[in-house]
Structures are given as C-alpha cells and as structure tokens.
Ligand binder design. Structure first.
Ligand SMILES: NC(=O)c1ccc[n+]([C@@H]2O[C@H](COP(=O)([O-])OP(=O)(O)OC[C@H]3O[C@@H](n4cnc5c(N)ncnc54)[C@H](O)[C@@H]3O)[C@@H](O)[C@H]2O)c1
Length: 316
C-alpha cells in the first residue's frame, strides 16, 4: 500500500484528487495537508506549510511517505498581486520537494500549466515543444519549475512527473479568481440570476478540462511505468477548447442567459495563453484520453451547481 502525501490538498484540484486517491488506495494511505483544513473532511488531514522546508522534510520522514502530489501554489491572478510570494511558494517549495524526493527516493507529481506559454508560443495548436516566454510571474515559475523537474530527473534520477493542466472546471470547490474561472462562475450566475458579466472577450478561446478528466490524467501519469515517461519537463494535456461565446451558446440550449462582456486584467493574461493544445505525446506515451466534451460539461455543471445552490436547472 503506498503512503501518499498531497500538499495544497484543499484547493480546487487537491480536494478532488484526495478523494480519488482515498477511493483507489484506501483512506489510511493518503495524508491531505494544507495551510487551512476544512471542517467536515473524512480522512487524515494535517497543517503543513510547504514553505517551511525543514517541517516538510520531517513530515515526509515521520510519515514514511513514498509518493507526493505537490499542489500547493499561488495561481495566475494571485501571483500578479504578490509576485514575491509566487516565486517563494511556487518555486521554493518545488525545490524543497525535489530535494526530499532525491534524498528519500520518493515518486512525485507537480503540475505545470498552460500559463507556461506566452505570446511568442505557437498557440493554435500549441505543440509540446514550443517557445516558452510567459510574461506572468505564475508562468515564469511554471517554466522554471518544469526545467527544475527535468534537471532533478537527469542529474539525480528523481522520478518526477508533470502535466500542463488547462483551465480546470469543477463544481465542488469555491469559485476562484483565476483567468479560466469565468467558465465556472457563469453557471452560478446563470442559474441564480439568468445574467452574467464576463471579464474576457467573447472570442477569447482557451483550453479547458473537466475536473474528472484532470484527476484521471494525474493518477494516470503516476500509474504509468517510469520507462514510458519520455518527457520530464511537463506534458501538454488537452480536452476541450472553447470561447466564452461558445460556452454561452451551449448553456443557452438549456437555460436563458443574458451576457455582458467587460474584458479587464484577466483578458490581458488570457491574451498570452494558448487557444488549443496538441497533447499527442501524452496520448502516445502513457495512454491519456479525455472523456468529457463541451455539451457533457455543460450538462454536468448545470445539474451539479443547481443541486449545490438549490435552484432549478431548467430541465425539471
Ligand atoms: N485550477 C486550475 O485551473 C489550474 C490550471 C493549471 C494548473 N493548476 C495547478 O494545479 C495546482 C493546484 O491548483 P488549484 O486550482 O487546486 O489551486 P488552489 O488555489 O485552489 O489551491 C492551492 C492550495 O494551496 C494551498 N497553499 C497555499 N500556500 C500554501 C503553503 N505555503 N503551504 C501549503 N499549502 C498552501 C492553498 O491553501 C490552497 O488550498 C497548482 O500548482 C496550480 O498551478 C491549476
């Protein structure tokens, strides 16, 4: 039975990942850590600040951890508000994790992002090997992090694996302030008020993925044999690319929705990100495939968000 540590475990991705890991390996195999803990969590949960390198190392040793999913991070919008913290948290704690992994032979996962790309990248489709010149601090930490992972693999043989997540669409967690999260907020506003104000332009097409596919990819790459993992920076990963306009059209097939577009600083970030992703390497090397397309995503989100907030999804 593996002994798995998840950091940043109570964020949007971690909450779902922990649940899937518990179901797969048993509740006792997983320790969920973060700088805050939720009230009604079932399983092992502890406070762990990953910026405290000594505590991080001691925690891994004390709990005989053999696998780490390192999700603690500051994302795109938070990073622009606090670039120093983005650097310390996103890169400093990754280096700590890689040092621990090297010293204690731990298999590890760290996510990169489509934010690793920039305006000079080829972007439609975005190839695996591309120009990486992001202009956000978040993107800078992702590019540096990818290279650091590859360096630890080549120099020390650390078995670190990574994917570049697109925008993740989920309904269980809170709606964050990320650039792609308009595509979550829209369901809450559509169901509550029938109106939505979008901070991106109507044609701002971005790569997205439903959370279940993101979790399947995360566990999938970690389950693959080490020999199959040819790319030790980070794999491109793709599911569905859509613009606000396209999403609105799909939602309107189900419920009435009025939309106003007021592009702001989120659009400035979106302008530097890819439109579609070529993920053929992930499909070839470790069998990645997505299962949720746009109509399915809209159906799931309308059903789940309406149940969560207690309003009719227009189908009853
Ligand atoms: N959500 C997306 O659309 C998306 C897209 C691409 C990449 N990613 C990457 O996936 C990972 C997880 O993202 P997420 O969406 O779950 O983010 P999130 O912001 O929802 O969660 C991050 C978690 O990290 C925790 N954290 C912050 N500082 C910490 C510290 N010092 N020590 C320990 N924990 C700390 C936060 O409390 C939070 O629970 C990140 O690396 C992010 O860059 C996410």
């Amino acid at each position: 039975m593996p002994k798995i540590l998840v950091t940043g475990a109570f964020g949007q991705i971690g909450s779902e990942l922990v649940n899937s890991l518990q179901n797969k390996f048993g509740t006792d195999s997983v320790i969920a850590t973060d700088i805050h803990l939720p009230k009604n969590f079932v399983g092992n949960a502890e406070i762990l600040d990953v910026c405290d390198a000594e505590k991080y190392r001691q925690f891994v040793v004390d709990n005989k951890i053999d696998t780490i999913y390192h999700l603690a991070s500051l994302l795109s919008v938070g990073g622009e508000a606090n670039p120093d913290l983005a650097w310390t948290l996103n890169l400093g704690s990754l280096k700590t994790m890689l040092d621990i992994a090297r010293d204690h032979k731990i298999k590890c996962f760290w996510p990169s992002s489509i934010a690793a790309f920039g305006k000079t990248s080829l972007y439609d489709p975005t190839p695996q090997h591309n120009i990486l010149e992001p202009t956000t601090i978040y993107g800078v930490t992702k590019v540096a992090g990818e290279l650091l992972c590859q360096y630890y693999f080549l120099k020390y043989g650390v078995d670190v694996r990574s994917v570049r997540y697109p925008g993740i669409i989920q309904y269980k967690g809170d709606v964050g302030n990320g650039t792609t999260e308009y595509a979550i907020a829209i369901f809450y506003d559509a169901l509550k008020t029938g109106k939505f104000e979008c901070f991106l332009k109507p044609d701002a097409k971005l790569p997205m993925m439903f959370i279940d596919d993101a979790i399947a990819a995360t566990i999938g790459i970690m389950e693959a044999s080490a020999d199959a993992i040819e790319i030790r920076t980070s794999y491109n990963l793709s599911a569905i690319s859509f613009s606000p306009e396209k999403l609105v059209q799909e939602i309107r097939k189900n419920i009435a929705l009025k939309v106003k577009y007021k592009p702001d600083h989120h659009q400035t970030i979106a302008d530097t990100w890819p439109k579609t992703i070529d993920d053929s390497e992930a499909r070839k090397d470790w069998g990645w495939k997505n299962t949720v397309d746009l109509p399915k995503l809209v159906n799931i989100m309308l059903k789940e968000v309406s149940e969560k907030i207690g309003v009719n999804d227009g189908k009853k």
